[in-house]
Every structure is written in C-alpha cells, then in structure tokens.
Write a protein that binds this ligand. Structure first.
Ligand SMILES: [Ca+2]
Length: 510
C-alpha cells in the first residue's frame, strides 16, 4: 500500500475514533477501505433507451437493478457527442475545448491533462481496462505508455488476478456496443416487437427504420448483459459491497441527427451510479449533470484531492440525497471535428446550453455542412459524420423532396442559432431562435454561453472562426473504401434475402 493511502486510512481512523469518542457508545464502522471503482461505458447509447427510463422494448435488467439499488440520473449529458472528445472529457473532468487536439475525433490525447485513472494508479490503485478505452486516436504520441483508461486486460477476472491482496482497484469496461455495424435482423430475431418501437421524430417511420432500431437495441441488451456478468463476478469475489459501479455511454445513437449532434439524442446519456451504503438507494437525481462530473466524483470518493483545472463538480452530495451548491441547472455542450468529412479538413464547430426547458445551439460556421459534405470526400461517402446505415440511406434516397423534412433535418445546413422548446419538442425539430416571442430567452441563453466560454478559456470566444481544430491531425490507421449509395442499399437487400423468415415479413424497402 502506498504511503498516501496509509496516511489517509490513518487519518480516517483517527476521525472515526474522535466520532466514536464523542458519541461515547457508537462503535466505529469496520469498512473503511478505499472504495473500488468499476466504470462501464457503452459506445453510442442514448437516453432514454433503458427499461427504467420507460422504454418498453429494450430490456436492460442490469441497468434497471443498479437504478433500484443506486442512483439514477435523469439529466446526464456527455460533453461532446463523439467518442474521443467525450472520453477525453470523462477522463480529465475538463471540457473538450480545454483539451487542445483531444477536442476532435481520431486525435492525440496529451498526458498533461488530469486523468482520474492515472491519479488513482499513483495513489496505489490497481488500474486497468478491457476493450474500448479512450479513443479512437493516438495516445502514445501524447506521452501515454498504455491507453489512458488503463492497461489492457481480457476481462475483469484477468484484471483482478493481477491485483495485490487488499489493493483497491479501478476497472474500466468499454464495450463496443451499440456502435455500428449491426447484424441485420439481430434485434427482431430475439423477439422484440418492431411495432412497439418509439421512432424518434427526426427519423421516418418505416419498418426498415424500426428494424434498424431493434438491431441497435440488440447491442444495448448485449452491453447490459456483459455489465451484469461483471457485477456477478464482483459479487462472487465478495468485492461488490465496497465498489462504486457506474454504467453510462459516451455519446448518442448512431442515427441521423443523433450521434455527432448537440440535439438530445446525441448528448443525453443514460447514467446510473451504485455504491452500497454510501448513496440513497433508488433515488432519482433530476439536476443537470455533465459526464465531466465523474472525474471529481471518483477522486473525492477515493479521498483524493481534486485538481484545480478540473471543470467538473463532484456528484457525491447529490447521491447522498443532499442539495448541493455544486448542483447544476445548466449543462454546456460542444463539438468540433467529428469525422474528417469536409473539404479543407474543416470542423463543424458548435457550442450549446441545455437547461431543463431549453436547448440553445450556436453554430459557428453555418455555411458548412453539419453532417459532412454532400459530395464524396476522401472516399468516406456523403454526409460522413453520420454512420452508414439503412436509416441514413433511405433518407438519402428519398432526397430533399421526399415525404417529411427528414433529409433537411439530417443533412441540411443550419442557421447560426437554434432554440428548441423541450416541453413541446422533445426531438428538437422546430427551431424557434428567430421567433420574436423567444427573443428574451435567446438573449439570456446566449449570454450564459458566452460566460461559460469565457470562464473556460474557449478560444472560439475571442476567435469564432479559429482554424485550430481544422488543423489538428486526423489519425485513423485505415483507409476508407469507395462508397456507392445504390450498392450499399442493394447489399442491405441481399442481407434481407439471406435473412430468416421473420425478416422476409418486413418489406422495409417498399
Ligand atoms: Ca461512441
């Protein structure tokens, strides 16, 4: 055990001794070992796609049980709706724009920024991760020897085998679910009912889209099962009682107008935190939470100092059922370059304020294409910020003159300011920013955004057209294949033909 932990334990024991002395007959609690942390993160999972949030199709018994026994967060948001910047923000407790290159997807993350995994390791914790940690991107050029989320292990059992007896631990499980690609029809084959799916208003209500959502649900359920296995493993080893268990996601579902967008389906996250005896079981926290708040939460739970440069706020008092001066009524969201899908390596820069009632977005480059250029660029395909899928292709094929406004909502250019009234417009479809009746609201939210940008030293405040993130290196280690819309659609058709009988019952291409 490291001296710091020894000292903290001694100090804690001393405090407990004092407390016990003051209370005269109160025995000191026995369990004062440093808390273990198990952080389980999905890849591209949106709120409200869990049973406990009211979704009637997807089955998430692990998440729901943690919510019953721990704390469920109803207004949690990722800092950016894109893997690398969101994960960098989670690890550092800082906003993506405070992390230089790491504000982009496929970037370089520097070890100069705070990182709770490294900090816990320095304090004597056994740390490690399985599968997706920080990424995609290059951490070695940022000075890291292994992934910033920890050294890699096959699974939790392999990880725990290398732990010294009694050593506190911090384990990161990063699933690749429900990131695309999906096995077409995997969802419907498990018996989920496509007609019971709630199709978000930004997607056309086609059977094929419903089926695509079921395939996404299939992977959400697989993530939930794997988390359940990890919890069982902790339980069997007698380790669950002193472990804080977290289940969340890095950004929203891989569908048009969701992932890589600052709308709710891109940024609003499932989040549950379990910590036996230390949080009030079964409470729901409605205040706004940014996932940058996890870093200070973990550090505080471990009894470590929270570095000044961390912008997040610890959630411990809220989890104990106390109102806190740290509680947020607003979260701030942002994005820079997701995939490299605009000529000149251009970003699509946005910043946003999300309150309970409103979502206000500032688009800094309204002349650029929000989902990527409509022409094929670097062989990625058209509108390359949106993962290729049957849902995307059907909207593309229907085109701008197709039924509904789906094409424009997904791919069209957007004005410099957007305002959504959440009580009337949960899917963020009707931009009210230019309506005179909302002038005062827009003014207030605009000023709140500027204040945040100033206090977090955002270079986009002084230099709104900065090319900083356009110039950041894009680091994929693979080549994109040539892309052809008709060929892609016909491949989905072929999959359909090869599929089971139940798939034949869904004539989604018609
Ligand atoms: Ca992701």
């Amino acid at each position: 055990m490291r001296p710091l932990i020894q000292f903290k334990l001694f100090f804690l024991a001393f405090l407990l001794f004092l407390a016990a002395d003051l209370a005269e007959s109160e025995p000191a609690p026995k369990n004062q070992e440093p808390v273990n942390i198990v952080f389980m993160i999905a890849d591209d999972w949106s709120y409200p796609h869990a049973g406990v949030y009211g979704d009637e199709v997807v089955r998430t018994p692990t998440f729901d049980k943690l919510a019953r026994e721990g704390v469920l967060f109803e207004n949690a948001f990722c800092a950016a709706p894109s893997c690398s910047p969101s994960r960098a923000a989670i690890l550092s407790g800082r906003y993506p724009h405070q992390l230089e290159d790491a504000g982009n997807l496929w970037s370089i993350i520097s070890n100069r920024h705070p990182n709770w995994v490294s900090r816990l390791q320095q304090a004597g914790y056994h740390t490690g991760k399985s599968r997706k940690g920080w990424g995609p991107g290059d951490y070695e050029r940022g000075g890291y020897e292994h992934n910033p989320a920890g050294k890699d292990y096959t699974d939790i059992d392999a990880f725990l085998k290398e732990r010294s007896p009694g050593q506190p631990f911090c384990y990161w499980f990063g699933s690749n679910d429900p990131h695309r690609d999906y096995d077409t029809n995997s969802g419907i084959k498990t018996g989920m009912d496509p007609m019971a799916v709630e199709v978000p208003g930004f997607l056309p209500d086609l059977k094929c889209v419903r089926n695509d959502i079921l395939d996404y649900y299939f992977e959400v359920e697989r993530f939930d099962r794997e988390c359940g296995n990890i919890i069982n493993s902790l339980k069997e080893k007698g380790l669950l009682d002193n472990t804080m268990v977290v289940m969340t996601s890095d950004n929203g579902m891989p569908f048009p107008r969701a992932k890589a967008n600052l709308y709710d389906y891109g940024t609003r996250m499932p989040l549950v935190i379990y910590w036996k005896g230390k949080v009030i079981s079964g409470i729901k926290v409605a205040s706004m939470v940014n996932l940058i708040d996890l870093a200070p939460t973990f550090l505080e739970a471990a009894g470590l100092e929270i570095p000044d440069e961390i912008s997040g706020r610890s959630l411990l008092s809220e989890m104990a059922g106390k109102t806190s001066s740290k509680q947020r009524d607003t979260v701030f969201l942002e994005r820079e370059r997701h995939a490299n899908v605009r000529k000149g390596n251009q970003s699509y820069p946005c910043r946003a304020v999300r309150t309970k009632d409103y979502l206000y977005i500032r688009n800094f480059e309204p002349d650029r294409w929000p989902a990527g250029d409509p022409e094929t660029f670097q062989s990625v395909g058209q509108f390359g910020d949106i993962d290729n899928s049957i849902s995307k292709f059907l909207i593309m094929r229907a085109g701008a003159s197709g039924k509904g406004d789906y094409y424009n909502l997904a791919f069209g250019k957007r004005p410099g300011e957007e305002l959504y009234i959440l009580s009337e417009d949960p899917y963020n479809l009707r931009n009210m920013a230019a309506k005179p009746e909302y002038e005062a609201i827009v003014k207030k939210l605009r000023s709140s955004l500027v204040h945040w940008m100033r206090t977090t030293a955002d270079r986009r405040l002084e230099d709104p057209q900065t090319t900083f993130w356009d110039e950041v290196e894009y680091t994929p280690d693979y080549q994109f294949e040539n892309f052809d819309l008709q060929k892609e659609i016909s491949e989905y058709r072929m999959l359909k033909k090869k599929g089971s009988n139940s798939y034949e019952a869904i004539p989604c291409m018609e």
